[in-house]
Design a protein around this ligand. Sequence first.
Ligand SMILES: CC(C)(COP(=O)(O)OP(=O)(O)OC[C@H]1O[C@@H](n2cnc3c(N)ncnc32)[C@H](O)[C@@H]1OP(=O)(O)O)[C@@H](O)C(=O)NCCC(=O)NCCS
Length: 103
Amino acid sequence: LANPQFVAIAAIAAEGVIGGLVGYVLPKFEQRRSEFYVYDLAVADTHRRKGVATALIGELKRQARQRGIYVIFVQADYGDEAAVALYTKLGVREDVMHFDIVP
Ligand SMILES: CC(C)(COP(=O)(O)OP(=O)(O)OC[C@H]1O[C@@H](n2cnc3c(N)ncnc32)[C@H](O)[C@@H]1OP(=O)(O)O)[C@@H](O)C(=O)NCCC(=O)NCCS
């Protein structure tokens, strides 16, 4: 990839792409370690609840371990029950405040 900080992983079935995950490696400048931010994750509605998202994150975890990444993090919106359930199963929830600043 031209940008080694950008990661895209696709789930492919016979009919084509059925899911995908994109995100970024975030190197810390004050410590020799990196974090990973999952920017988007989606699975085709015809292929949900079959473990596709879990497999995408599993592959991300494998790549992250290889790259020495310290933690993978992701945000979910209140009410997005599928995403919240998925991440509750796979990770540890941390409640924070989020601020948008208009550039
Ligand atoms: C969230 C999303 C990616 C989950 O994909 P998926 O392939 O269906 O997820 P998995 O099959 O790997 O699910 C793993 C576990 O997550 C939980 N889960 C997933 N979807 C769920 C739902 N709709 N309701 C309750 N629990 C759910 C379950 O615990 C599930 O395990 P189980 O099926 O053995 O009970 C998918 O629903 C999606 O694309 N949603 C729209 C986009 C989105 O919200 N993306 C997240 C943005 S942060």
